[in-house]
Design a protein around this ligand. Structure first.
Ligand code: UD2
Ligand code: MN
Length: 378
């Protein structure tokens, strides 16, 4: 399992290229300065002025460059990914495809994915349609939001579970940003959007339990990332995979000033292996409305003697699409009180007591939508 230290390792060819450019520019500047000093006496006035102007221009450009934000926009990532595909000769592409089809065994993917870029620039102020997003993100997807790396066997079979109702716009942003990131992370993954059917009070944790059960009906996932639909990571070194301990991935959200709002916070995006999830009997089913279900999840983990791991506050940065509180998901003042009962009820309330009615399963290119009636009390 990678440690936080490994998460921080720079792994970025483009960054190396930028560093080389920077070094060469400094070397050029130094050289020009030396020329100026050395040949000062021999130069005529015009040449001296030209040299000084060139020096000033290069210095100015360097200053501007250093001052720029060098995190990458998403479009840069796409460009680079497609370039990588173009660099593979046709014969080799065929052999990759034949390997992928099972005619010869593929090697395991390396522990640290080679194509990561680090910090990402995430913007939500755009108006692409869902079909634009589909076009941009569907490359190499198997439908239903399933993906496996083409050239190696991923060590991480990850179901990504999103609790959902009526957040089309947020889902669009999530799909646009996350698919390329997950592909770069070489995850064998599927995206499951668990839609709460009807207008009853929302229940995030129960929907996550449904996602666990339903995703396992499709594939032998060994890891589950439970993610809000409105959260996008700002660094692709935040790996969507499981660790030796349950992982709180959204450790630094913009809405909390990139800090943890309180020590045991466990909201937003978390990753649990199948074994970790079963040890805590999944999540509670009876937190209706907004609040405290994430604290219950955390409590279950510590009550079973496990610790929570987190990426550091650079790698764990997330951006949330700004939104108002939804109707039928109002703050429930009863929820925090239930936390006193977690120790007593967690073994009987959870995945072993989950009851719901499946309405329908829809396969989009980019995700699997599971429409479910979770028997809301109102
Ligand atoms: C915080 C936590 C969240 C959860 C919640 C309390 C953050 C970023 N997240 O979220 O993990 O603990 O508090 O319940 O601090 N949703 C819908 N439709 C709805 C209502 C909710 O799709 O009508 C889903 C959606 O995935 C959303 C998530 O539930 O992201 C959490 O709801 P929220 O975004 O309204 O709550 P928020 O941001 O306060
Ligand atoms: Mn939110």
């Amino acid at each position: 399992m990678p440690s936080d230290q490994e998460d921080r390792k720079p792994n970025n060819k483009l960054a190396d290229w930028r560093d080389s450019c920077l070094l060469s520019s400094f070397a050029l500047l130094l050289f020009l300065f030396r020329c100026l000093i050395y040949f000062r006496a021999k130069m005529n006035r015009l040449l001296r002025i030209i040299l000084i102007v060139v020096l000033l221009a290069v210095s100015f450009m360097l200053a501007v460059w250093l001052n720029n934000d060098h995190s990458y926009t998403h479009d840069h990532r796409y460009a680079e990914l497609s370039l990588m595909a173009d660099m593979i000769p046709e014969e080799q592409k065929e052999s990759i495809v034949s390997k992928f089809n099972g005619s010869s065994p593929l090697p395991p993917c390396p522990p640290t994915p080679p194509g990561l870029v680090g910090p990402l620039r995430i913007e939500f102020e755009w108006s692409r349609s869902m079909s634009d997003v589909r076009k941009a993100s569907r490359e190499n997807l198997q439908g239903g939001g399933r993906y496996k790396p083409l050239d190696c066997i991923s060590q991480h079979k990850v179901a990504i579970i999103i609790p959902y109702r009526n957040r089309k716009d947020h889902l669009k942003h999530w799909l646009y940003y996350l698919h390329p990131i997950l592909k770069r992370q070489q995850v064998d993954y599927g995206v499951y959007v668990i839609n709460q059917h009807g207008e009853g009070t929302f229940n995030r944790a129960k929907l996550l339990n449904v996602g666990y059960v339903e995703s396992l009906k499709e594939y032998a996932y060994d890891c589950f990332v439970f993610s809000d639909v409105d959260l996008v990571p700002m660094d692709d070194r935040n790996l969507y995979r499981c660790h030796g301990e349950p992982r709180h991935m959204a450790s630094a959200m913009d809405k909390f000033g990139f800090q943890m709002p309180y020590t045991n916070y466990f909201g937003g995006v978390v990753a649990l292996s199948r074994e970790q999830y079963m040890r805590i009997n999944g999540f509670p089913n009876n937190y209706w409305g907004w609040g405290a279900e994430d604290d219950d999840m955390h409590k279950r983990i510590t009550l079973k003697g496990m610790a929570v791991s987190r990426p550091d506050s650079r790698v764990g940065m997330y951006k949330m699409v700004r939104h108002l509180r939804d109707t039928h998901n109002e703050v429930n003042p009863q929820n925090p009180g239930q936390l006193h009962n977690t120790a007593r009820t967690m073994d009987t309330d959870g995945i072993n007591s989950l009851i719901y009615s499946l309405i329908k399963i829809e396969k989009d290119e980019l995700y699997t939508m599971i429409d479910v009636d979770i028997h809301a009390p109102n």
